[in-house]
Design a protein around this ligand. Structure first.
Ligand code: NAD
Length: 505
């Protein structure tokens, strides 16, 4: 059985805890590896070594740093197929979707290649007689990334790309459920010429995370995961004087106006609701048609398309989506579906009844895989768990609204505020919606509005804690501190000590 180790100082590190956890292949339900879990001593070791490596990296000319990142980008691209295959086999998303996971991460590394420009400070001359003021952005030191299972390449790259380009060292604590790709990314960083110790990968759960939070060396924590853990990390980071950006769960709404093209909209929603088995923070698990006629037509079209979906092995090119990540996730999804039926929602497509047409792929049995069929409910109400809870599975809930105002209020008043989409041909209505809705990322006829790397990504309300978003210019603000210098090169005679607040004139 393969063992997945930590990656410290450019080499595999076994750690001292003696603890391991199963890593499954969700497509077959079989254990495919063991991952070592760090104790506090292991984490402290990785952090201490990162602290030794960081000063030289931080003092390196930023152009030289980004040459390493550029080579890293090339190596990841050259190894894309191998990485995507590993990712698909540990996560369960399909091979093309796994490539998308990696590519959206690379987009941010590409953006981070602009570090020399992004790190430029400001300069004001003659702010007083013979006095100039300038600012510089300096690395924080050693920072941490704590990342979720559902994007095991993209989110580590969103963290590491800007943090490393800005001159920090990073201790990355990826999800213990799909840990291989983050290790491989760190290996490729060293292969690209990155100094050993600048990107460390430590596996583990709460004990490892607490060791990061308790460390005096760690200066900042970039977290992505579920809301309760995001809140925990945000609070603990503040207690231990670290800056933090913590992104949490989601329940994104798709609002459909009567003038939308029903077939195209239904296709977009089916892709966004069921793609990656619904395990995306930008998935669309709630659809809100405006008007009964829109709802009836949309419900019929979505149900037909959902029934036609092919669920299968993550490497099967026929699969529209693959299995859920664990048996626990599958049990939880099935329980929420059963409770939705009991609560009185109308079940139009029942994923629990879904069965394989062929129970093998490439000679392997799929019978024990963590598969959930597509589920679609109509007449869901706002008091049901189907509406309030982040299910993180292939379950779509339709909530009927009578007006755009009512639909907008649903998205605005929901606990989560990550993403939202509106489908319409009415530019004025879409513009007003985008201005008014209380959600961080808005799609207009775009079902999954993940902003491009040079804009920023971040949700509102219970979907994000902290004031700076991920990627885009915010990421460089997050991973640097500003120093402002006021300088004078006096040519006049010594005026003696001054005891009042200096006035710049
Ligand atoms: P999770 O919260 O279970 O785990 C995230 C990270 O926290 C992992 O590294 C995990 O090891 C660690 N962790 C887990 N339990 C912990 C504990 N008790 N104490 C300290 N650390 C702990 O999340 P997940 O299941 O891996 O990922 C899915 C979640 O992430 C969903 O809620 C999804 O919406 C969210 N997500 C959000 C975004 C976003 O940008 N807002 C993006 C992707 C995923």
């Amino acid at each position: 059985m393969r063992t997945i180790h930590h990656y410290v100082n450019g080499t595999s590190y076994e750690g001292t805890s003696g603890q391991t956890q199963d890593v499954f292949c969700p497509s077959t339900g079989k254990v495919q590896a063991q991952v070592v879990l760090a104790n506090k001593g292991d984490v402290d070791h990785a952090i201490a070594e990162a602290a030794k490596a960081q000063p030289a990296w931080g003092n390196t000319n930023p152009q030289k740093r980004i040459r390493v990142l550029n080579r890293w980008l090339q190596l990841i691209t050259e190894n894309m197929d191998e990485l995507a295959r590993t990712l698909a086999l540990e996560h369960g998303k399909t091979f093309p979707d796994a490539k998308g996971d990696i590519q959206r991460g690379l987009d941010v590394v590409e953006f981070a290649l602009g570090a020399p420009h992004l790190l430029k400070g400001e300069y004001s001359t003659q702010v007083g007689t013979g006095i100039d003021t300038y600012s510089m952005r300096q690395p924080l030191g050693v920072v941490a990334g704590i990342t979720p299972f559902n994007f095991p390449a993209m989110i580590p790259l969103w963290k590491a790309g800007p943090a490393l380009a800005a001159g920090n060292a990073m201790v990355l604590k990826p999800s213990e459920r799909d840990p291989s790709v983050p290790v491989r990314l760190a290996e490729l960083f060293v292969e690209a010429g990155g100094p050993q110790g600048v990107l460390q990968v430590i596996h583990g759960g709460k004990e490892a995370v607490d060791a990061i939070l308790d460390s005096d060396i760690i200066q900042a924590v970039g977290f992505v995961g579920s809301t309760p853990i995001a809140q925990y990390i945000y609070t603990r980071a503040a207690e231990t004087n670290k800056r933090a950006q913590c992104f949490g769960g989601a329940k994104n709404h798709a609002i459909v106006l009567p003038d939308a093209d029903i077939e195209a909209t239904a296709s977009a929603i089916v892709g966004a609701a069921f793609g990656s088995a619904g395990e995306r923070c930008m998935a669309l698990p709630v659809v809100v048609p405006v008007g009964q006629e829109t709802a009836d037509k949309l419900a019929a079209s979505i149900a037909e398309k959902a029934r036609a979906l092919k669920v299968g092995h993550s490497l099967d090119p026929e699969s529209d989506y693959g299995p859920l990540v664990t048996q626990d996730s599958l049990d939880r999804v099935n329980r929420i579906v059963s409770e939705g039926v009991e609560a009185g929602a109308t079940l139009l497509v029942d994923g629990r009844e879904w069965t394989f047409t062929d129970k093998t792929f490439d000679g392997e049995s799929l019978a024990e895989g963590f598969y959930a069929g597509p589920t679609f409910f109509d007449n869901v109400t706002t008091d049901m768990d189907l509406y309030t809870v982040e299910i993180f599975g292939p379950v779509l809930a339709m909530v009927r609204a009578n007006t755009l105002e009512e639909a907008t209020a649903l998205a605005t008043n929901h606990e989560y505020g990550n993403g939202v989409a509106i489908f319409t041909q009415n530019g004025g209505a879409a513009r007003e919606f985008a201005r008014n809705v209380q959600v961080g990322m808005v799609g207009i006829n775009v079902p999954i509005p993940v902003p491009i790397a040079y804009h920023t990504f971040g949700g509102w309300k219970a979907s994000g804690f902290g004031d700076l978003n991920q990627h885009g210019p915010d990421s460089f603000r997050f991973y640097t501190k500003t120093k402002t210098v006021t300088q004078a090169w006096p040519q006049a005679e010594d005026a003696g000590p001054q005891f009042t607040m200096p006035l710049m004139n």
